[in-house]
Design a protein around this ligand. Structure first.
Ligand code: ADP
Length: 509
């Protein structure tokens, strides 16, 4: 059932074919039904007209016989009436097309009315209302009915025509009924019905087939366009659609190709621009390094001799050294980033135990100096990965110093967990926290929550940490709750594993 629903949702062709079949089946059934109704009423009408005129001549013949008869003896009268029925019946020829029923004399008040009939018909084959009308009024009346013979299998459709007869000699009245079979008309109708059913079914199947063929003609090029668009989206910018003819599909292909070409040239242009920018940042950083080293050396000399200066000059030497250190770390961050951007960053892989990294980081003197307590959780068993120790250490220390600098929390937790695929290391603080939007923005270059409050940071620490994690095939994600604290989870895959499902989920998630 779900498979069918899936096909219905995904395939335009299935929807077109199914709805065409359903609609054409509806139209064909309605037409067939109207046609069958017309044929049935036409057949019944012609049978009725023929039946009435045949019955009329029968009534006239019977009336003539009654007019000619003079006997009043009940015995002979009854006998001659039976003979009359027989002779009228024999007029139908060898094929049985009607039966006759004669009732009367009707005047035998309260007593049983004698009945003579050409065959043993079932009592309800004569419609009661028709019998009553004929018995009470002069004239010819008709009704459709179901003719059934005693011992016969099926009841067949019939038209019943009745009329009153009067015997002038005795003054008795009789009711004579013709029951015409409509079996021939019924079988013609059955034939037409069967033909319509089979024809309709064949037509619906044909229409379904045509819908399938036509929809394929339209959908095949669209499917091809989809495949080419998918390849284009996955980075194969050379992909173009084949254009043939001048129809709508050809025009679509031409527009698609134009769009693809324009996107490709834009992408190339932006790539070139971005490469130029990367080169610029990298070159500038490199070029600034040499003079910076000289200036730093000079500032070291000044700094070391600051005790001999007057207080104002000594303070200036301290400021100069501090700012130059900051400048140097900014330059090295920029160089790192430009190496990531150029794809030139390399890993020096080693087998390292992340629990050891966590324990070392927890003893960081700058953290200790601030009086922050660090708790390490889950470091009982080794969590070994293949990684670049320098980069992993840099990530963890950056997370710790950030927590110490920005969160205002007086305790930190480092938690380690692993699964078959990866090892996760979380650094959690209990300080100002991060909002949902900030947890994403912290990884933007140069982003700082509150630049005015920022203590010497450049906003490049977390972007570099994330690049480092991704260089290992891992991930770095941030979680937080304003006022509650924040948590950064670093996940490094084990050899042959993946970081798709981190071994830790944040308490703030
Ligand atoms: P920087 O190199 O300047 O420290 P980062 O990229 O490391 O920059 O951090 C960017 C900003 O993210 C910081 O300026 C700070 O506002 C915010 N931030 C980072 N870590 C935390 C934390 N643990 N709690 C609250 N804010 C944080």
């Amino acid at each position: 059932m779900r498979g069918l629903a899936g096909i219905w949702r995904r395939s335009i062709q299935a929807r077109v074919v199914t709805s065409t079949i359903l609609l054409s089946a509806l139209v064909i059934s309605l037409t067939g039904w109207a046609l069958l109704r017309d044929v049935a009423s036409g057949l019944a009408e012609s049978r009725r007209t023929a039946a009435i005129s045949e019955a009329r001549s029968g009534f006239e013949a019977a009336q003539a016989r009654l007019d000619a008869a003079v006997e009043t003896e009940p015995g002979t009268q009854s006998q001659s009436l039976t003979q009359m029925v027989d002779s009228l019946t024999s007029a139908r020829g060898a094929r049985r097309t009607y039966e006759l029923v004669l009732q009367g004399p009707l005047a035998t008040a309260g007593g049983q009315v004698p009945v003579r009939s050409s065959a043993a018909i079932l009592p309800d084959a004569l419609p009661r209302d028709l019998a009553n009308t004929v018995k009470s009024k002069a004239g010819t009346y008709w009704r459709y009915s179901k003719l059934g013979l005693l011992g016969g299998k099926d009841r067949e459709a019939s038209v019943v025509v009745g009329s009153q007869l009067r015997a002038p000699g005795t003054g008795d009245t009789y009711a004579l009924f013709y029951l015409f079979s409509m079996a021939d008309q019924q079988s013609t109708l059955d034939l037409v019905r069967r033909a319509l059913l089979l024809g309709g079914l064949a037509m619906v199947l044909m229409v379904g087939g045509v819908a399938w063929l036509v929809s394929r003609q339209v959908l095949d090029p669209i499917r091809m366009a989809r495949r080419i668009a998918e390849r284009y989206a996955s980075g194969n910018l050379e992909q173009r659609m084949h254009v043939s003819g001048e129809d709508d599909i050809a025009r679509l292909s031409t527009s698609f190709n134009q769009m693809a070409a324009s996107l490709q040239s834009q992408i190339r242009r932006l790539e070139n621009l971005s490469r130029l920018q990367q080169r610029f940042v990298s070159d500038v950083s490199h070029e600034l390094r040499t003079p910076l080293t000289t200036v730093q050396m000079a500032s070291e000399v000044l700094y070391d001799s600051r005790k001999r200066f007057d207080p104002q000059t000594a303070r200036s030497a301290e400021l100069l050294k501090g700012e130059l250190d900051r400048f140097e770390s900014l330059l090295s961050d920029l160089l790192d980033l430009s190496r990531f951007d150029a794809g030139a960053a390399k890993l020096a892989l080693d087998t390292i135990d992340l629990t050891q990294v966590a324990r070392d980081a927890s003893k960081d003197p700058t953290i200790k100096r601030k009086g922050i307590k660090v708790k390490v959780i889950g470091a009982d068993e080794p969590a070994v990965v293949e990684a670049d120790i320098r980069r992993i250490d840099r990530i963890v220390r950056n997370l710790m110093t950030n927590a110490a600098k920005y969160s205002g929390s007086d305790r930190l937790e480092i938690e380690i967990a692993q699964n078959d695929d990866c090892v996760s290391l979380a650094v959690r603080d209990f300080g100002v926290g991060l909002s949902g939007d900030e947890t994403n923005r912290v990884f933007d270059r140069f982003w700082r929550a509150d630049p005015a409050r920022t203590q010497g940071g450049t906003g490049l620490g977390l972007p570099i940490s994330r690049e480092d994690a991704q260089l290992h095939g891992g991930s770095l994600v941030a979680w937080g709750e304003p006022g509650e604290g924040s948590e950064f989870i670093l996940t490094i895959p084990k050899p042959d594993g993946s970081a798709a499902t981190p071994a830790l989920t944040s308490v703030y998630a």
